[in-house]
Design a protein around this ligand. Sequence first.
Ligand code: PAF
Length: 258
Amino acid sequence: MTRVFEDLSAWRHERRAQIRTGVTLGFVPTMGALHEGHLSLVRRSRAENDRTLVSIFVNPTQFDDPNDFVRYPQNVDEDVAMLRDEEVEFVLVPGASQLYPDDFRYRVTESERARVLEGACRPGHFDGVLTVVLKLLQIAAAERAYFGEKDWQQLSLVRGLVDAFFLPTAIVACATVREPDGLALSSRNQRLSPSDRLKAPQFYRALSTAPSPDAAARTLREAGFAVEYVEELEGRRLGAVHLGGVRLIDNVPLQGRR
Ligand code: PAF
């Protein structure tokens, strides 16, 4: 049975009771609009823990562009139905005023690695991400939390957050799930027009096969993508592009590129 919690104190009461009886918990934080990528995290959590908690919260503080926040796809009922099908035990759907009783006056800032790539293009984005992840990890009180490698920079910063603040939750990285044509699954893909959807897999192909970041960026521009960045960092090649008003990010390992 799937139990949905809207109230943080009701969830925390439930979790305290689980901890007393030694129940292990896996946690999957999401912003909803769930797809197979999220479900792969959920399945891994279910395989590795007694119970799984999924949170659904479209976090306003991580959107640097208010239009992007307004357009972000939301359908909590559909998400909960998918999680019921996956036999997830707990879903947390908190309101913004519950998660931000301080109105975001308190926030987590990483001052180096959060300033490049996504952080450089989306000022303040990682303050919002790291702050809400810290709150959610405290509230979930899980043994393990599951994050996708598609958001590579986020994953790396979340690992740093857990180390910096001595958080007891282990961070588990899960491989990016792709469509058969290579496009990384993302909640934003549903906003691509049919012709842009056909073009979108070229992003992954260019990241994977171009001889250099500059060559990848050039190929993408020639194909009609607006390129924000293609750069290499910590053994990955990472990119962000716009296609018909939809922002896509992806990354590939430098070792073993095709
Ligand atoms: O990756 C996401 O969906 C979000 O950044 C997260 C981790 C749920 C925080 O809002």
